[in-house]
Design a protein around this ligand. Structure first.
Ligand SMILES: Nc1nc2c(ncn2[C@@H]2O[C@H](COP(=O)(O)OP(=O)(O)OP(=O)(O)O)[C@@H](O)[C@H]2O)c(=O)[nH]1
Ligand SMILES: [Mg+2]
Length: 228
C-alpha cells in the first residue's frame, strides 16, 4: 500500500453508551458497517488497524467498548466507506455496548487465534450472540483465523476450521495481521466483504463527503490457506 493511501482512514473510540456517530450531513457515499468479533487477544484490533492504517500497530491494549476504524474505497466506480467496528473481546469491556454492535450491521467477521484452540472453541458462543441479536440469515459473515505467522504454535488445523466454516456457511481465511507479506491478504478479506455488500445493496447510513479515497483492484477471490 502506498503511503498516501492511509490518509483516508479514520479512527474513533466509544467506550460508553453515549451517542454513536450517526447524526451526519447528507449522504454522498454509502457506508458498510462491519463488526469484528471474537475472543480477547485474537487480533481484532491488529487486523482492523492493518486494513485501515496499512500496517501492524506497534502496541495494542485490550479494546474497551468499541473502536471505529473507517476507510474509503472505490468499487466499480462507486465510492464506499468501510466502517469497521473493532469490538472488545473481554466480557467486562463489552457488556454495555453489545446492543450497539449489532444495530444496523451489514456484515460480521468472526476472528479466532490459530495458536489458541480455546478461541476457536468459543466461536459457537459468538455465533449464538449474533443469533440472539436477531441478525438476518443473509447478512454476510466470514471466519478469520489470525496469527498464521506463528507457524510452530498453530493449534487449530485448517481442515478443522474449514469444516466448521462449511457447517456455518462461511468462507474461511487464515491470515496474519503481523506478517508484512500478508498485507494483500488482509486487504482481500475486507474487500471481499465489501464487494459482497455492494452487490447486495443493503440499507446504508449517511456520510459527508471527504476528499481522499483509496482506489482498489478488482474483486479478490476468498482464499482459505495462509499466505505466510
Ligand atoms: N504474531 C502475531 N501476533 C499478533 C497478530 N495479531 C495480533 N497479534 C498480537 O496479539 C495480541 C492481541 O492483539 P489485539 O489486536 O489487541 O487483540 P484483540 O482481539 O483486539 O483483543 P481485545 O481488544 O482484548 O478483544 C497483541 O499482542 C498483538 O501484537 C498476528 O497476526 N501475529
Ligand atoms: Mg482489541
Amino acid at each position: 500500500m502506498a503511503a498516501g493511501d492511509v490518509e483516508s482512514s479514520l479512527e474513533l473510540s466509544l467506550t460508553g453508551s453515549g451517542a454513536l456517530p450517526g447524526a451526519l450531513p447528507p449522504a454522498r457515499s454509502r457506508i458498510f458497517k462491519i463488526i469484528v468479533i471474537g475472543d480477547s487477544n485474537v487480533g481484532k484490533t491488529c487486523l482492523t488497524y492493518r486494513f485501515c492504517a496499512g500496517r501492524f500497530p506497534q502496541r495494542t491494549e485490550a479494546t474497551i467498548g468499541v473502536d471505529f476504524r473507517e476507510r474509503a474505497v472505490t468499487i466499480d466506480g462507486e465510492r464506499i466507506k468501510i466502517q469497521l467496528w473493532d469490538t472488545a473481546g473481554q466480557e467486562r469491556f463489552r457488556k454495555s455496548m453489545v446492543q450497539h454492535y449489532y444495530r444496523n450491521v451489514h456484515a460480521v467477521v468472526f476472528v479466532y487465534d490459530m495458536t489458541n484452540m480455546a478461541s476457536f472453541q468459543s466461536l459457537p458462543s459468538w455465533i449464538e450472540e449474533c443469533k440472539q441479536h436477531l441478525l438476518a440469515n443473509d447478512i454476510p459473515r466470514i471466519l478469520v483465523g489470525n496469527k498464521c505467522d506463528l507457524r510452530n504454535a498453530i493449534q487449530v488445523p485448517t481442515d478443522l476450521a474449514q469444516k466448521f466454516a462449511d457447517t456455518h456457511s462461511m468462507p474461511l481465511f487464515e491470515t496474519s495481521a503481523k506478517n508484512p507479506n500478508d498485507n494483500d491478504h488482509v486487504e482481500a478479506i475486507f474487500m471481499t466483504l465489501a464487494h459482497k455488500l455492494k452487490s447486495h445493496k443493503p440499507l446504508m447510513l449517511s456520510q459527508p463527503p471527504d476528499h481522499d479515497e483509496i482506489h482498489i483492484k478488482p474483486e479478490p477471490k476468498p482464499i482459505t490457506s495462509c499466505w505466510c
